[in-house]
Design a protein around this ligand. Structure first.
Ligand SMILES: [Zn+2]
Length: 249
């Protein structure tokens, strides 16, 4: 167990003083690790705020080169980086904010193979890809390796957020067994502030699970419509016939 150092107490003073957080939660965070799948408009803020909060270790999966159309939401990137590997700028941006964390940025999008390498090495998964294929791969990895997973999804001005715990709560396929017929593919419209807001909420959930602080959204689904600012919290039961998780107790 790594102990807090004097610099940690200074850097994280303003959250250590949160009622119910304290040095104990900060120490847990320092000894914790998370995998963030895709660090774009949604996962970028998740990774950045986990780093800002002093998580001990981060693994990020994100492939491809930066395009002009990424820039309205991918806040870890930079305009002069178009055409270059997004993973390199993600690494630079996060370490610029906090170089005391152990950071691995894998220049690949998540799939069954790389998730089998990396998921067993972390305490929690954060599911932020733009495609259902990658999200189902994350769900399988969460169940296979018994890792809790923060599920954050958005499209247009709306978003959803929940925390899956294998064997205890619903999984992604309980919530969404098939790709929805109305799904238009990964080129859905997005306002960067909406993906950013949801990414911040997802980081809060990850910190809660990792530290025991507060009450995570386990067994509950938060839905948000930022156009009207309508927020609802619904019960999210397990599907006893779920193809993915029904055999997991
Ligand atoms: Zn399920």
């Amino acid at each position: 167990m790594l102990e807090l150092e004097e610099l940690d107490r200074r850097k994280y003073l303003r959250q250590i003083t949160l009622p119910g957080f304290g040095e104990e939660a900060q120490r847990k965070l320092k000894n914790a690790s998370a995998l963030v799948a895709r660090a774009g408009g949604l996962g970028g803020p998740v990774a950045l705020y986990l780093a800002a909060a002093g998580i001990g270790r981060l693994v990020i999966l994100h492939g491809g080169n930066l395009t002009w159309t990424n820039l309205n939401r991918q806040i870890l990137q930079a305009q002069d980086w178009v055409g270059k590997p997004r993973a390199d700028k993600i690494r630079e941006s996060i370490l610029r904010l906090n170089h005391d964390i152990d950071l691995t940025v894998v220049p690949e999008d998540p799939d069954d193979r790389n998730l089998d390498t990396w998921a067993p090495t972390v305490d929690i998964l954060c599911d932020c890809p733009p495609t259902y294929e990658e999200r189902f791969a994350m769900n399988r990895a969460s169940l296979r390796h018994r890792k809790p997973m923060v599920e954050a999804g958005m499209s247009d001005m709306e978003g959803i957020l929940t925390v899956f715990v294998p064997g205890q709560t619903a999984c992604l396929e309980c919530l969404c067994p098939e790709v929805p017929p109305e799904w238009s593919g990964s080129k859905f419209p997005v306002l960067g502030a909406v993906s950013g807001a949801l990414g911040c909420l997802a980081a809060i959930e990850a910190i809660k699970v990792l530290t025991g602080f507060g009450e995570p959204l386990t067994g509950e689904l938060l839905t948000m419509d930022t156009l009207r600012h309508t927020y609802r919290k619904l019960k999210l039961p397990r599907d006893p016939h779920c193809r993915a998780c029904s055999g997991i107790g």
